[in-house]
Design a binder for this molecule. Structure first.
Ligand SMILES: Nc1ncnc2c1ncn2[C@@H]1O[C@H](COP(=O)(O)OP(=O)(O)O)[C@@H](O)[C@H]1O
Ligand SMILES: [Mg+2]
Length: 266
């Protein structure tokens, strides 16, 4: 049976206002695993820290045209796209200037729609666009949520995880009402799961009870190979394809793609 397909990219924002929960790691490795199944994928690095760009091996010198210029309307999105070493995977890198974009954008009309409008002409070129959000619910994240069809929320298995996410869920609800009625919660991915820690189990159980089947069956384990990979400028899938972290991201990608196929058929 032929796979159903979309004529334009599905845009997924990877968001959580908490730092260090695995947003960037998830964006990079989910995108890599999707590209490995012959999908054409674009990552937009919307964090001034540029960790997604670094983790994909993009030199600082190659980031002259970046998501800052796209957000400010100084460059077309297509002119900021850089190919990575992974076939089918490209990235719009970020630059440090992006940290000032929030203040500069205040003067613009429709400032929440900047990213959506700059993406419009490029959507046909990709199957998936993943937006790596900064650790804040600022105007950059708001732009990502307005541009996106769906949000994926990485959640670290730690105390207070649920309290933090309820704030994000309220923000998603407000974005739906004000700007983007079609915005879906793609899913919640439990990250940095430590099987020796009872708290991880307890948090995972609580999150599943609260969010039901919105939580992926796949859980990303805490795995030192995952944390080593970015310093080599590689997704963990390329750094060590056989480690538990890589396996988990491959499973996550197949779960996400399965959900996407079900949505297309529905
Ligand atoms: N599954 C994991 N196992 C071990 N370390 C991880 C894992 N996921 C992420 N990390 C590490 O934790 C830190 C925070 O992850 P990151 O993806 O950058 O989070 P965020 O983008 O939400 O700030 C990084 O140093 C990253 O390498
Ligand atoms: Mg990050």
């Amino acid at each position: 049976m032929a796979e159903p397909s979309r004529s334009s990219a599905r845009v997924i924002a990877v968001a959580n206002q908490k730092g260090g929960v695995g947003k960037t790691t998830t964006a990079i490795n989910l995108a890599t695993a999707m590209a490995a199944t012959k999908k054409t994928v674009l990552i937009i690095d919307l964090d001034p820290q540029g960790n997604a760009s670094t983790g994909l091996g993009i030199d600082r010198g190659a980031r002259e045209v970046n998501s800052y210029h796209v957000m400010l309307g100084e460059a077309a999105l297509a002119d900021a796209v850089i190919a990575t070493n992974i076939p089918g995977l490209s990235v719009v890198p970020s630059g440090v200037d992006l940290s000032g974009a929030e203040i500069e954008l205040v003067e613009f009309e429709r400032r929440e729609h900047r990213l959506k409008e700059s993406l419009a002409g490029s959507l046909a070129a990709y199957d998936y666009v993943l937006i790596d959000c900064p650790p804040s619910l600022n105007l950059l994240t708001l732009n990502a949520l307005v541009a996106a069809n769906a949000v994926m929320v990485p959640l670290q298995c730690e105390f207070f995880a649920l309290e933090g996410v309820s704030h994000l869920i309220k923000t998603i609800e407000r974005v739906r009402q004000a700007f983007n009625p079609g915005l879906e919660l793609q899913g919640i991915i439990l990250t940095m799961f430590d099987k020796r820690n009872n708290l991880s189990d307890q948090v995972a159980a609580d999150v599943r009870e609260y969010f039901g089947d919105k939580v992926y069956k796949t859980v990303i384990p805490r795995n030192v190979r995952v944390s080593e990979a970015p310093s080599h400028g590689k997704p963990v899938l390329l750094y060590d394809m056989k480690c538990t972290g890589s396996e988990a991201y491959i499973n996550l990608a197949s779960e996400v793609l399965k959900r996407e196929r079900e949505l297309l058929r529905a």
